[in-house]
Design a protein around this ligand. Structure first.
Ligand SMILES: Cc1cc2nc3c(=O)[nH]c(=O)nc-3n(C[C@H](O)[C@H](O)[C@H](O)COP(=O)(O)OP(=O)(O)OC[C@H]3O[C@@H](n4cnc5c(N)ncnc54)[C@H](O)[C@@H]3O)c2cc1C
Ligand code: HEM
Length: 395
């Protein structure tokens, strides 16, 4: 653990560095990518272009530095980030590269104030923070269902709603024998695809939630064609337009801690509330199936929002699943018809309830704010943003 002197030096410089967070981020990425262009195959190019998420890494290092003497308090946050790192195959040898360039950026921003004591203190602090991540990730690598990116073959591709393609894939790896029948996937988790899209010189990695934790037919995930802002999303369009039945695809093993609370699955007092919008239905669809298979008597409230009936994804599958449950409320909101899933609707929810939310950032922010304002406890409101968790104002 860092010495009291190191902690003092680091903490005294954090406020100034946080004020110059954007500059640190800019210098950090610029220098790191020019020295290690291979990392452009790992980092999300669109996020870099749009300046989104870019600040997450550096600002988390600064935020963690404030807790240097008790890094253990950050374990829940570290775990969530570590799941993404493991899914992207970030390895211990990557940490010194990031460390070198974060330190370089800190030195540049501090200017004359960056004497040896300060730089040595930050080097020690980064090593401590990186050590926590590496340790948590080591355990995740050991428990992962397969290693690295394994080859899978597409066995089914079905369009659901207007712009969502549901893929089913089966193991086809020649190096590791992956037997799905021996694996138990967790509803709510995501897999990560590694693609080589036409429109970029780099490889591109993206996460997609499992639509089912059942592996009888293979692994299932669904991808919305993401063409917001008049731009074409790199990977979603590639998967829609260039990946067909019979093709192969690279996937890393399921990751993520957005899963049903195990202790509540078998009981019937606390209802399960599943709230989603658009393609955000994917992880909660898997949860719905898992809950009904494990205990169909638990009360379930299902709420789904989308533009209109044409965009309604997995409508038949949800109805078939709900027909096997014993106590169900189903609510559907088409916002083009003025039906809003908003804070007013949330007021009618029972309390306590175990609530899972997934949808666009704006939708999730409004749901989470609404639920917390209604005094649903933080530990009973679970959510999975389809982007960096830090971009949610509630996070
Ligand atoms: C844990 C997790 C689970 C997820 N699960 C799912 C899932 O189940 N299903 C699903 O469909 N998605 C899911 N996502 C989202 C998914 O990972 C991708 O982010 C999504 O498919 C978009 O990727 P893309 O490469 O197509 O778009 P990107 O190229 O990453 O672009 C993202 C958006 O930015 C826009 N854009 C691109 N360039 C510009 C520009 N220059 N100016 C303005 N806008 C621009 C694009 O049009 C697009 O709307 C999940 C994400 C996470 C983190
Ligand atoms: C202690 C050091 C590190 C910290 C504090 C950190 C923190 C973070 C955070 C907060 C996120 C966003 C998570 C989210 O999406 O919710 C993230 C994502 C990511 N991290 Fe790290 N990280 C560290 C080290 C590394 C290293 C060593 C690498 C690899 C060189 C790396 C690569 C990535 C990538 C590729 C993403 C996804 C973001 C994108 O593609 O734009 N990180 N990290």
């Amino acid at each position: 653990m860092a010495s009291p002197r190191t902690i003092e030096i680091v903490k005294s410089t954090v406020p100034f560095l946080e004020e110059h967070g954007n500059q640190i981020t800019e210098i950090f990425y610029q220098n790191m990518f020019s020295e290690h262009p291979e990392l452009l195959d790992i980092f999300n190019e669109t996020n870099q272009k749009l300046g989104r998420q870019q600040s997450a890494l550096a600002s988390t290092v600064l935020a963690a530095a404030k807790h240097l003497e008790k890094l253990a308090v950050l374990l829940p946050e570290v775990t969530q980030i570590a799941h993404k790192h493991r899914a992207l195959q970030i390895l211990p040898e990557h940490y010194p590269i990031v460390g070198k360039h974060i330190l370089g950026a800190i030195k540049e921003v501090l200017g004359d104030a960056a004497n040896d004591d300060v730089i040595n203190a930050w080097a020690e602090a980064y090593d401590d923070i990186a050590g926590v991540f590496i340790h948590v990730e080591e355990d995740m690598y050991a428990k992962a269902m397969w290693s690295g990116f394994a080859t899978f073959k597409v066995t089914d591709k079905t369009i659901t709603g207007t712009d969502i393609a549901a893929f089913t894939v089966e193991p086809a790896d020649t190096e590791q024998a992956i037997d799905l029948s021996t694996m138990s996937l967790s509803a709510g988790q995501y897999i990560t695809v590694k693609t080589d899209p036409e429109d970029t010189a780099h490889l591109a990695l993206r996460h997609y939630s499992l639509c089912s934790a059942n592996t009888d037919n293979g692994i299932q995930f669904a991808v919305r064609r993401d063409n917001r802002n008049g731009h074409h999303g790199l990977v979603s369009n590639h998967l829609h337009d260039h990946v067909e039945v019979g093709d192969t695809i690279l996937l890393s093993a399921p990751a993520g801690d957005f899963v049903l609370t195990p202790a509540l699955i078998e009981q019937n007092e606390v209802p399960l509330v599943l709230i989603s919008a658009g393609v955000g239905v994917t992880p909660v669809l898997a949860m719905l199936e898992a809950q009904i298979q494990a205990n169909p008597a638990r009360p379930i409230i299902w709420a789904y929002a989308c533009q209109n009936s044409e965009y309604h994804a997995f409508a038949e599958r949800v109805d078939a699943l709900l027909s096997d449950a014993q106590q169900v409320e189903k609510h559907c909101f088409y916002f083009e018809e003025g039906q809003l899933l908003d804070e007013t609707w949330l007021k009618a929810l029972p309390k306590p309830a175990d609530v899972y939310v997934c949808g666009s950032m704006a939708f999730m922010d409004s749901m989470i704010d609404g639920l917390l304002a209604l005094k649903h406890g933080e530990d009973t409101v679970h959510y999975e943003p389809f982007g960096p968790k830090m971009s949610l104002k509630s996070a």
